[in-house]
Design a protein around this ligand. Structure first.
Ligand code: APR
Ligand code: PHB
Length: 385
C-alpha cells in the first residue's frame, strides 16, 4: 500500500487535514483505531473561533455549520451575584460560533467518503518509521504496512505519533479540579454562555442547540460520578449561577454525563524528520475557553499549506517552519486557557491573599475595557498568520 500522506487518527485534525489535502490534489489515507460511531459521538467542547469557521466554510464543509451553528457576539462573566457582559464583537469585530464537535466530525467523515477518500475505521497504527516513512497498522485481524512520503500524527493525546519523536521536550500542568459535564434536553436558560465564579466552585452554562443545554461544574479530580444524582447536579448548578435579581435555571432530563480531567500540555518540536504532529497529539489545554479544537484546526491548516507547497514546487520551506509557526499560536492559547481557568475556578489550596487577588482580577476584567478586550481577542481567536 502506498499514499502521499499517511494520517494517523480520524478526529477533527486528521479528517480535516485529509480533506484540505484532497482539495489540493494530495492523496492521503486516514487510519483511525475506533469505529465510526464512536468518533462521531464523542462529546467535546464546541465553540469555534471565526478563523475555524472560515476554514470550514472556505473548504466547502460549512453548509450545515452555516444553517445550524449559533453565532455568539458576547459572553457573561458571573460572580458576586451579578452578571457582567463581555461584548466580544464590539471589542474585536469578530464572533464565535457554537457548533458541536460531533457534528464537525460527521460533516468531515461524510465529505471525505463522498469524495472517494480512504478513511479506515478500526485500523490501529502500531508502529511507524519517520525516516523511511511508513506506518504499520492492524485492521480486521491483519497487519499491513502503508508506505508514504509524510506521516501526520493526528492521533490525540494517547496516540503513538508523539512517541516516535526523539528528544521531545514536554511541558505540563495538572489542575486540582475537573469538570463534570452534562447534556440536558432543555432549552438553554441563556442566549450567551455564562462563565460563573462562585465560592462553591466554577460553573459554565453552554448549549448545543435551541433545545439542548450543555452545562459544567467544577468538581475534584477524583470525584465519583455515581455520587451525582440529577437532583444534586441541578441544585449545585442553581447555587453557583444564583444572582441577586432572581435569575432562574431551567431543568430537564440529563442525557449524558462525564468527568473530564484538566491539564495543560505541550510537546516540542511538533516535527521529526517526515513525521508531523498536529492537534491533541502535540498539545492539550484545559477546556475553559474551548481552544482545543481551534488549535487542531489551525495546526492542520498550516500543515496542509506546507504540504501543498512541497508537492507544487518541491520547496520544504513551509514544512521546515511548521513546528515554530504552530507553537507560537499554541503557547498563546496555552496561556489564555490557563489564565481563564485560574481566573474562574476555586483552587482549594489558594491562600486568602490569592483569593482576594482573583476577585480583584475578575472585577478588573468586568469593568475595564482594556482588560475585557484582551479576554475577547483571545476568546474569538487571533488571526491565523
Ligand atoms: N491508530 C489510529 N488511530 C489512533 C491511534 C492509533 N494508534 N491512537 C489514537 N487514535 C485516534 C483516536 O481514536 C482519535 O479518534 O486518533 C484520534 C485523535 O482524535 P482527537 O482525540 O479528537 O484529537 P484531534 O483530532 O487532535 O482533535 C482535537 O479533540 O480533545 C479534543 O478539545 C480537543 O477539540 C480538540 C480535539
Ligand atoms: C462547550 O460548549 O462544551 C464549551 C463551551 C465553552 C467552553 C468550554 C466548553 O469554554
Amino acid at each position: 500500500m502506498r499514499t502521499q500522506v499517511a494520517i494517523i487518527g480520524g478526529g477533527p485534525a486528521g479528517l480535516l487535514l485529509s480533506h484540505l489535502l484532497h482539495l489540493q490534489g494530495v492523496d492521503s489515507v486516514v487510519l483511525e483505531s475506533r469505529d465510526r460511531d464512536y468518533v462521531e459521538h464523542r462529546q467535546r467542547a464546541g465553540m469555534l473561533e471565526q478563523g475555524t469557521t472560515d476554514v470550514l466554510r472556505d473548504s466547502g464543509v460549512g453548509d450545515r455549520l452555516d444553517r445550524e451553528g449559533l453565532v455568539h457576539h458576547g459572553l457573561e462573566l458571573r460572580f458576586g451575584g451579578a452578571g457582567h457582559r463581555i461584548p466580544m464583537t464590539d471589542l474585536t469585530g469578530r464572533a464565535v460560533t457554537v457548533y458541536a464537535q460531533t457534528e464537525i466530525v460527521k460533516d468531515l467523515v461524510a465529505r471525505r467518503l463522498a469524495d472517494g477518500g480512504d478513511v479506515r475505521f478500526e485500523a490501529e497504527v502500531v508502529d511507524l518509521d519517520a525516516s523511511a516513512p511508513s506506518v504499520t497498522f492492524r485492521s480486521g485481524g491483519e497487519t499491513r504496512t502503508l508506505d508514504c512520503d509524510y506521516i501526520a500524527g493526528c492521533d490525540g493525546f494517547h496516540g503513538v505519533g508523539r512517541t516516535a519523536v526523539p528528544g521531545l521536550r514536554t511541558y505540563s500542568r495538572e489542575y486540582p479540579f475537573a469538570w463534570l459535564g452534562i447534556l440536558a434536553d432543555v432549552p438553554p436558560s441563556t442566549d450567551e454562555l455564562i462563565y460563573a465564579h462562585h465560592d462553591r466552585g466554577f460553573a459554565l452554562h453552554s448549549l448545543r442547540s435551541p433545545t439542548v443545554s450543555r452545562l459544567y461544574l467544577q468538581v475534584s479530580p477524583d470525584e465519583d460520578i455515581a455520587a451525582w444524582s440529577d437532583a444534586r447536579i441541578w441544585d449545585e448548578l442553581a447555587a453557583r449561577f444564583t444572582t441577586d435579581d432572581g435569575w432562574t435555571l431551567r431543568e430537564g432530563p440529563i442525557t449524558d454525563r462525564s468527568i473530564t480531567p484538566m491539564r495543560s500540555f505541550v510537546a516540542e518540536p511538533m516535527r521529526h524528520d517526515r513525521l508531523f504532529l498536529a492537534g491533541d497529539a502535540a498539545h492539550i489545554v484545559p477546556p475553559t475557553g474551548a481552544k482545543g479544537l481551534n488549535l487542531a484546526v489551525s495546526d492542520v491548516t498550516i500543515l496542509a499549506r506546507a504540504l501543498t507547497e512541497r508537492y507544487a514546487t518541491g520547496s520544504e520551506t513551509l514544512l521546515d517552519g511548521y513546528s515554530d509557526a504552530c507553537l507560537r499560536r499554541v503557547w498563546r492559547a496555552e496561556h489564555f486557557s490557563y489564565w481563564m481557568t485560574t481566573l474562574l475556578h476555586v483552587d482549594p489550596a489558594a491562600t486568602a491573599f490569592e483569593r482576594r487577588l482573583q476577585r480583584s482580577n475578575l472585577e478588573y476584567v468586568a469593568t475595564s475595557k482594556a482588560a475585557a478586550t484582551s479576554l475577547a481577542e483571545n476568546y474569538v481567536g487571533l488571526p491565523l498568520t
